[in-house]
Write a protein that binds this ligand. Structure first.
Ligand code: C2E
Ligand code: MG
Ligand code: MG
Length: 685
């Protein structure tokens, strides 16, 4: 018995090994066949088989009642039915046989279960792998570029679309910060990475080649298995084509195709925007309507090609004549418009209109033709004439038509829409051209007003004041032409003439043996340049005039520019021996700390303060303050516009040094001044 058992257990070990081998290596019928063979061997039976569970059967076949010469054993593991063994052919199956078959079945069940689990896992893994390979293949094939970023903006993946779009391989891109693809620095939005994603935008990006392109970018959050945000997925498509088409459309809608200047639509928009700003800042603005003269003739006789080229060149000259911030538009055909917005005085628009007309003076050389066109300009003013671009343009158009009609030379015709402004402009233009004429035709003259020392009543000097003796209007006071001469720049020529004339007169008196007194010449801010000291030195030399004879009166406004430059010029004038006085003192805003640094001899109390003395308390206070400042800084102080003995008394009591005014003498021509010296006045010294 024990021998038999030993034999059986040896058989069982061998069978187990064979069983393991079969389950791992064999499949289906071959496996079933082998399992049947192992059962026959184990139970030394001539017959025996393994029947696998029918995978399609819904129910496990019911156990059959075994015949005495047959052993039957089902295989079940954890409720799962795998099949059954059946052996037969012996008549003496006993309990041990049954136990052996049960053990074989149990072992078979366990092996089949483990094997099927392992197989299922392998299968699932292979499936996942295949799926991933598919996905990355799809990702690489699709046209869009898809990339992923970590929360700091570092690239974590980069598909084939991105390689094709940007020109960087995944190897070059992954690990770098996304910012390296941005077209410009200020494009970077650091908050982009903090965003929740899910947004679409149009952005500009840079390719490896350096080319900038437009892309539509959509971002969505990238999440891990636990649904935590771990970055962003970015999808980009090149939309440069569409953008360019849009830009072309925009250009067609807002610009004149021929000249590239804004068209009427854009002009109206830009002007309306500027008017809103002007309104907020209480500024005024002007619209100029420009119509070319003789353009139609060129176009009709020489043909459209030449006409077009002419318009292009006119547009170029207009653009070049204007400042960056001025808006210039090509409305249609031979009509242009300009918007000016930081004008302080509306008459500045006249200067711009004349500049545009002057820009057309030189002939246009086109295909061998020497072409000349001119322009008539109409001007409307915001807010007087309207507060909308459309209205202003219409008014300027009407003004242009009037300018063209009412002018002998339409190429120099400029008109305002408003009657008053038009009148004012004509007056100014008349004065300006009249003054030019006056300079060349000896219509200017100087008058001299003496300055007296308080206490001695002797003459310390005289101020030279310019007069314009107009052939029809008589004597024109400087208040009518000096400010205009300052805005147009004519003041420089006027100033040169005055200095020349004053020195010539002083030289006459010097030669006549008079004791020197200072002849003061007014110098405007625009004349106070680096070249002034040399001009003064030249003039003195030319007339062999002693510098004791000359003084320059500069206004406080001159000092408000570049202080160090002004002081430099002053020092050079002083070095010539010419004195400096500060005119209109108290009307500007000279800071006292600067005043100390200016090398001047005299402070001149402005006439507006003298007028209020002695009744206006604040004028009195200002006058006496100026006097004490002058004293402390070691300057002499003179009061101008002294007309009454009361004024004189107050000034004397306050310690003022000198006076000038009608109380003593009005400005007189040289002969009258000489007569005064002979008959009434004594020179100091
Ligand atoms: P300003 O330099 O302050 O000249 C003083 C002005 O006060 C002169 O006026 C003079 O005639 C006037 N005046 C003097 N005493 C009296 C008085 O008692 N009562 C009144 N009511 N007026 C008095 P004017 O000649 O009309 O000159 C006005 C301004 O024109 C001058 O003021 C000066 O700023 C400018 N100006 C005159 N001549 C020249 C010049 O040659 N060059 C420059 N750049 N400016 C000049
Ligand atoms: Mg003066
Ligand atoms: Mg003055």
């Amino acid at each position: 018995m024990s021998e038999l058992l030993a034999l059986r257990s040896h058989d069982f070990a061998a069978c187990s090994a064979a069983l393991g081998e079969a389950v791992v290596r064999l499949r289906c019928a071959a496996l079933h066949e082998e399992l049947g063979r192992i059962a026959r061997a184990l139970l030394a039976s001539p017959q025996g088989s393994f029947t696998a569970a029918d995978p399609l059967a819904l129910q496990v076949p019911a156990a059959r009642a075994a015949a005495p010469d047959t052993l039957h054993q089902e295989i079940r593991v954890e409720g799962h039915y795998y099949g059954c063994y059946q052996v037969a052919g012996r008549s003496d199956y006993d309990i041990d046989d049954r136990r052996h078959l049960a053990s074989l079945a149990a072992l078979t069940g366990t092996l089949l279960q483990v094997h099927s689990l392992a197989q299922r896992a392998t299968h699932a893994y292979a499936q996942v792998e295949a799926q991933l390979a598919h996905q990355s293949q799809i990702l690489d094939q699709i046209h869009e570029s898809v990339l992923t970023l970590d929360p700091m903006g570092y690239i974590t993946s980069w598909n084939g679309g991105a390689e094709r779009l940007f020109g960087y391989t995944a190897l070059e891109a992954v690990g770098r910060n996304i910012l390296f693809l941005y077209a410009d620095e200020d494009d970077s939005q650091p908050d982009l990475f903090a965003e929740q994603g899910g947004r679409m935008m149009e952005v500009r990006r840079r390719k490896k080649s350096g080319e900038i392109f437009w892309a539509s970018l959509s971002l969505s959050p990238l999440r891990d298995l636990e649904d935590r945000r771990v970055g962003l997925i970015a999808y980009l498509t090149d939309i440069t084509e569409r953008k360019l088409a849009e830009e072309r459309l925009h250009h067609l809608a807002y610009y004149n195709e021929l000249t590239g200047l804004p068209n009427r639509t854009l002009f109206t928009r830009l002007v309306d925007q500027a008017l809103m700003v002007a309104q907020r800042n209480e500024l005024s603005g002007c619209v100029l309507f420009i119509d070319l003269n003789r353009f139609k003739l060129v176009n009709d006789t020489l043909g459209r090609r030449i006409g077009d080229e002419l318009l292009r060149q006119v547009a170029g000259r207009f653009r070049a004549a204007l400042r960056e911030e001025d808006v210039v538009a090509h409305l249609s055909g031979d009509e242009f418009a300009v918007g000016l917005f930081d004008v302080r005085q509306h008459f500045e628009a006249t200067t711009v209109a004349q500049k545009l007309q002057a820009a057309l003076d030189a002939p246009f050389l086109i295909e061998g033709h020497d072409l000349r066109v001119g322009a008539s300009v109409g001007i409307s003013v915001y807010p007087q004439d309207g507060n909308e671009a459309d209205t202003l343009l219409r008014m300027a158009d009407i003004a242009m038509a009037r300018a063209k009609e009412g002018h002998a030379n339409p190429d120099h015709s400029v008109a305002f829409y408003s009657f008053d402004m038009n009148q004012g402009m004509h007056d100014r233009m008349r004065i300006e051209s009249g003054l030019r004429h006056a300079l060349g035709h000896g219509e200017l003259m100087l008058v001299y007003q003496p300055k007296f020392e308080i206490g001695t009543d002797k003459i310390v000097g005289a101020e030279a004041l310019v007069r314009w003796v107009h052939p029809e209007r008589g004597v024109v006071p400087p208040s009518e032409f000096i400010p205009l001469a300052e805005t147009t720049g004519l003041i420089v020529q006027v100033g040169e003439w005055v200095l020349e004339q004053a020195c010539a007169q002083a030289a006459v008196w010097q030669r006549a043996g008079m004791r020197p007194f200072r002849l003061a010449v007014n110098v405007s801010a625009r004349e106070f340049t680096e070249s002034l000291p040399n001009r003064v030195a030249d003039t003195l030399a030319r007339y062999a005039l002693d510098p004791d004879w000359l003084e320059l009166e500069i206004t406080e406004s001159t000092l408000m520019h570049d202080i160090d430059r002004v002081i430099g010029i002053m020092d050079r004038i002083n070095a010539l021996g010419v004195a400096l006085s500060l005119d209109d003192f108290g009307t500007g805003y000279s800071s006292l700390s600067y005043l100390k640094r200016f090398p001047i001899h005299t402070l001149k109390i402005d006439r507006s303060f003298t007028t209020g003395i002695p009744n206006d308390a604040s004028d009195c206070a200002i006058a006496s303050t100026i006097i004490s400042i002058g004293r402390q800084l070691g300057h002499r102080v003179i009061a101008e516009g002294v007309e009454t003995p009361d004024q004189l008394a107050f000034l004397r009591d306050s310690g003022c040094d000198e006076v000038q005014g009608y109380l003593y003498a009005k400005p007189l021509p040289a002969a009258g001044f000489e007569q005064g010296l002979r008959e009434n006045w004594l020179l100091v010294g």
